[in-house]
Ligand binder design. Structure first.
Ligand code: NAD
Ligand code: MG
Length: 396
């Protein structure tokens, strides 16, 4: 029996993870569930899955949850705060940690899981974007196993010459390049001139995937693909010039690996995150995920097109940050988080997101990213700079 901690259990990935787990009660037991402040969502999950612990980042929400659980007669230990998230990620009572918190908030508990040598199912790409060198170092030093849930990286990983032990360096394994596929989001066919007027409602309506708000906006700007280029760099040890992006509107091929002998391996499937979740839960075995079998005849065709950096400046900014290195990618990530939030709050325009990130990358100097202090300091400076930019743009 494997005991599972889910960080971000009330989100899109968290809910899909629980859906897979409940199909295999003989293999997995939920040890802890954690969320930010959605009391109702976490309460319902506690009723269904009876974890030993429930954690909310927000203390007031934790109080409310405790009251409700007590009233329902459920003996579940409730804690709050970042240290509690770190505890449920590193305790001996858990084997698997699903890192599905959105954004920089997921970094510390993911690091805690790495230091404790856990099997980590990584959805929280922002953790790697902020601190790839540090996180990979902790994973390797503590024999943790880091498995990619992000569908593209899960696809690449399935196409890599992986044995039964996890590896993170593939540059010299006969690989020419990694090809990340991207749907292009909801605005792939729009006139570029119309992008100024995009609303949050339009941006979060993804054509192929149902996801949280932040990653949906990232998909619309294609910053999501930019973050994924950085994520691929760290997970597979590949330089940026060997990581390419191609538009593939059907989201059936989830990514590819191009080998020196001309073989191109692709992983396909319906766009449903339960596939990579089941894959990383059971690896090296395979289990049922509940995903419908792929109907190739119904799918009919697979289209490919070049990714246009003019339409998607965020993608170019991500490559730029990766090539500068050090804390640049933490700066990129922080500026993006602030800008996306401001856009969702209708304070800035859709096209301001890229503007803000470009300005913050210019104004906040990158340093080496060897320590957590350097990374958190860059994150803080970049957030302040992005907030300043947001205020300026708000007043126009
Ligand atoms: P979501 O917004 O649906 O859910 C986020 C979860 O994190 C919620 O449970 C929320 O309570 C929790 N949370 C948010 N802020 C928190 C904080 N400060 N402290 C503790 N918990 C906090 O997001 P999602 O779509 O499930 O995405 C989660 C992560 O997975 C993101 O990093 C995203 O990029 C990545 N991812 C998602 C998908 C997808 O299909 N949804 C695909 C690939 C990667
Ligand atoms: Mg992805």
């Amino acid at each position: 029996m494997q005991h599972v901690t889910i960080l971000g259990s009330t989100g899109s990935i968290g809910i899909s993870t629980l859906d897979v787990l409940q199909r295999h009660p003989e293999k997995y037991r939920v040890f802890a569930l954690a969320a930010n402040k959605s009391v109702e969502g976490l309460f319902e999950q506690c009723l269904q899955f009876h974890p030993a612990m429930a954690v909310m980042l927000c203390p007031q929400s934790a109080e409310k949850l405790k009251t409700k659980l007590d009233a329902a007669g459920l003996m579940i230990e409730v804690q709050s705060g970042m240290q509690a998230l770190e505890r449920i990620s590193s305790t001996e009572q858990t084997d698997i940690v699903v890192a599905a918190i959105v954004g920089a908030a997921g970094l510390l508990p993911t690091l805690a899981a790495a230091k404790a040598g856990k099997r980590i199912l990584l959805a929280n790409k922002e953790a790697l974007v902020m601190s790839g060198a540090l996180l990979m170092r902790e994973v390797q030093a503590n024999n943790a196993v880091l498995l990619p849930v992000d569908s593209e990286h899960n696809a690449i990983w399935q196409c890599m010459p992986v044995g039964e032990t996890q590896q993170y360096q593939f540059e010299n394994k006969g690989i020419r390049r990694i090809i990340l596929t991207a749907s292009g989001g909801p605005f792939r066919d729009w006139d570029i001139a119309d992008l100024e007027a995009v609303t949050p409602e339009q941006a979060i309506a993804h054509p192929n995937w149902s996801m949280g708000q932040k990653i949906s906006v990232d998909s619309a700007t294609m910053m999501n693909k930019g973050l994924e280029v950085i994520e691929a760099h760290w997970l597979f040890g590949m330089p940026s010039d060997k990581i390419e992006v191609v538009l593939h509107r059907q989201s059936i091929i989830h990514s590819m690996v191009d080998y020196l002998d001309g073989s191109v391996l692709a992983q396909m499937g319906n766009p449903d995150m339960r596939t990579p979740i089941a894959n990383t839960l059971a690896w090296p075995e395979r289990i049922d995920s509940g995903v419908e079998p792929l109907d190739l005849v119904k799918a009919g065709r697979l289209d490919f097109a070049a990714a246009d950096f003019g339409r998607f400046p965020c993608l170019a900014l991500a490559y730029q940050a990766l090539n500068i290195g050090g804390t640049s990618t933490a700066i990129l990530n922080a500026a993006n988080e602030v800008a996306v939030e401001a856009f969702l709050q209708k304070q800035i325009k859709f096209t301001d997101i890229a503007r803000i990130i470009a300005n913050v990358l210019e104004s906040v100097p990158a340093t080496p990213a060897d320590s957590l202090e350097q990374i958190l300091s860059a994150d803080k400076l970049a957030r302040e700079a992005a907030q300043k930019q947001t205020k300026v743009l708000c007043n126009h």
